[in-house]
Design a protein around this ligand. Structure first.
Ligand code: AGP
Length: 644
């Protein structure tokens, strides 16, 4: 995720902004930039790549190498400014797409975390009013919209601008005409205001502030902060002054980086509701606005979301997906590891929603086989990093065979994104823990959206069914949130089971596919011997391994196959295994049989992996912690496997 810092006070702003940005490096980024209120106007400097590149650029221009003393460089001397580390969303990583983004006059600069969903329309509207855009970013529309509304009062212009924005934002804004203030405003993207002595700061995350203060105000959605060097005023979205409560930060620097969570993995597991919302929302259009149901509120919002969904449609125009794609003869999905598991679920989803033949292949197998390729094939290549060597090789092979490629990736500008014909991004933000969590569930969100769109275009899904499915998709973030609220139950269970010699995950259909990912999570970070198998295969081999030292986690969400799962559970119980079931919260079917039951909210049986994997992620995490291991950095594993 991107990082924001802002400073106003008695000190030189540039070194403080650069230092603040470095404190946010752990969040992952691909470029950085600053804007400072200089003597003769805003000084904006940006660079692709590491903060070091930006620093070198500034030093080369204004000071000696390795120094931040700009005594002889009036140009960049300033006591107020904003800075940003960018994780690309709209437009690849580049100097011009980096933030701050400015309006055409260069008088207003903006740093932005989040996604402006209606940026296309806003850009069109601004273009008709003479604005020429320099970058591919959504943020440039915000800078120019503020400029359009600016009539001498920056606060008023910001109020009018945010009233026209759709999506999510944390914004830091400066304007040359008002050098004595910085404005910060948020919706669904965190911003914190730090109160210093003769200086005040903003940041998207606490670590950037800790050197200067521990007294902070957390901005709530749609609140606005106006920072002066000696005081800060807060307003609501109607411009009325509000009072806020100050918080004293107790965290040390290390836990502040993890947002107070013990590990990045746990933080990322908890980020899933937001990541799911961010991945889904820009791909829906029309009908009633169910954003509230999707982004928060009660986990029982499914019913409400279902009835409010109206004529909402899946809209993949943004990625260039048109009807021609749905005329494919066959879909082939290739990927590695967790992304391959998303592909297996994708196969089931495509069959379920679109009735089209699908092959799914581990990329390292596909590339060395002699696969039969056809120009009427569509390949879906899934990769969190977009840089996995085998996955890229498989994609290039498919391309050579004449197939068209859709990439699902989390990294804008990655090799996969650059070489594919279409790219659908998972808006999960950077994933730092080696074990993939939020990237996986957002991959599932993407593949379901594509499969549903295939279903619509192929006439398999009726408008009524589509309405049901969209409602179910929109309910998922709140449902995921509800599962996370029950994490203590899973933690307790892990504290009893973490020393098990072997753990098997079994299920049928979508539950089998979700079992694959659940078993991988456990083995990756807790080093427990864990395997997944299709429950129907039990008698064909795995049952030979089942004894009193075994834990079997039975995923039971495929309603038509509950009887079959009941019988599989009975068989492993008879061999002395402990059994945990993951099933719907409104079913007591497995209560009698299983030793432990974890519940997930009711959804379409085809969407359950997005929910049922969350208890498994938490179980893996707590088992690793119980074993005294670092879940963020499992032995022998790398986050991105760029070599064979
Ligand atoms: C996931 O927990 C693993 N670390 C690993 O299996 C990963 O999914 C695999 O290496 C593929 O990576 P990619 O998604 O970046 O291509």
């Amino acid at each position: 995720m991107c990082g924001i810092v802002g400073y106003i006070g008695d000190k030189e702003a540039v070194p403080i902004l650069l230092k603040g940005l470095k404190k946010l490096e752990y969040r992952g980024y691909d470029s950085a930039g600053i804007a400072v209120q200089g003597k003769t106007g805003l000084v904006v400097r940006k660079a692709k790549g590491l903060i070091k590149n930006l620093e070198e650029k500034i030093n080369a221009e204004f000071a000696g190498p390795g120094t931040h003393e700009f005594k002889d460089a009036e140009g960049i001397r300033g006591f107020a400014g904003i800075g940003h580390t960018r994780w690309a969303t709209h437009g690849e990583p580049s100097d011009v797409n980096s933030h701050p983004q400015t309006d055409v006059s260069g008088k207003i600069a903006v740093v932005h975390n989040g996604i402006i969903e209606n940026h296309g329309k806003l850009k069109e509207w601004l273009t008709t009013r003479g604005v020429t855009f320099q970058s591919e970013t959504d943020t440039e529309a915000v800078a120019n919209l503020i400029s359009y509304h600016y009539k001498g009062d920056l606060l008023q212009a910001v109020l009018e601008t945010v009233g026209r924005l759709e999506g999510s934002w944390g914004l830091g804004i400066v304007c040359t005409n008002e050098p004595d203030r910085i404005i910060a405003v948020r919706k669904e993207s965190p911003l914190v205001v730090g109160i210093g002595k003769g200086e005040n700061l903003i940041a998207s995350d606490v670590p950037a502030l800790l050197e200067y203060t521990r007294e902070v105000y957390y901005l709530e959605d749609r609140e606005i902060a106006v920072l002066h060097k000696d005081h800060v005023d807060f307003y609501n979205d109607e411009g009325q002054a509000i009072q806020k409560e100050k918080t004293h930060i107790e965290w040390d620097a290390a836990s502040a980086e993890k947002g107070g969570y013990e590990h990045f993995m746990l933080k990322e597991i908890h980020e899933q509701p937001k990541a799911l919302t961010d991945t889904l929302r820009p791909r829906l259009s029309g009908g009633a606005d169910t954003k509230g149901a999707a982004s928060g509120g009660s986990a029982d919002a499914k019913g409400a979301a279902l009835s409010a969904a109206g004529a909402r449609k899946i809209n993949l125009d943004e990625i260039g997906f048109d009807a021609s794609w749905a005329q494919a003869n066959r879909v082939v999905i290739t990927a590695c590891g967790t992304a391959w598991h998303a592909g297996v679920i994708g196969k089931y989803a495509f069959e379920h929603f679109a009735r089209i033949p699908v092959d799914v292949d581990v990329a390292s197998e596909f590339r060395y086989r002699d696969p039969i390729l056809n120009p009427k094939d569509i390949f879906i290549i899934i990769s969190q990093s977009g840089e996995t060597a085998d996955t890229l090789a498989a994609m290039r092979m498919a391309k050579k065979g004449g197939a068209r490629i859709i990439a699902i990736t989390n990294v804008v500008g990655s090799t996969l994104a650059r070489e594919a014909d279409l790219v659908m991004y998972t808006w999960a933000g950077p994933e730092i823990a080696v074990a993939s969590t939020k990237a996986f569930t957002t991959q599932l969100m993407c593949i379901n959206l594509i499969a549903l769109q295939f279903g619509v275009l192929r006439g398999v899904i009726s408008p009524a069914q589509l309405k049901e499915y969209i409602g179910a998709l929109e309910a998922l973030p709140a449902q995921a949130e509800k599962i996370l609220k029950g994490k203590e139950n899973i933690q307790r269970f892990a504290s009893q089971q973490f020393n098990k010699g072997k753990v098997f995950f079994m299920g049928r259909l979508f539950d089998y596919a979700a079992s694959l990912e659940s078993a991988l999570k456990l083995k990756e970070i807790s080093y427990t011997h864990s395997e997944a198998f299709a429950a129907g295969e039990l008698k064909h081999g795995p049952i030979a391994l089942v004894d009193t030292s075994t834990l079997v986690v039975a995923l039971c969400t495929q309603s038509a196959l509950f009887d079959k799962m009941e019988s599989s559970i009975t068989q492993v119980k008879a061999r002395g295994a402990a059994v945990a079931a993951i099933t719907y919260e409104d079913s007591d079917r497995f209560d009698r049989l299983a030793d432990e039951v974890f519940r997930i909210p009711r959804t379409d049986d085809g969407l359950t992996p997005i929910l049922s994997v969350i208890p498994a992620q938490l179980f893996a995490y707590y088992c690793a912690v119980q074993r005294g291991l670092d879940p963020d950095k499992p032995r022998n594993l790398a986050k991105s496997v760029t070599v064979e």
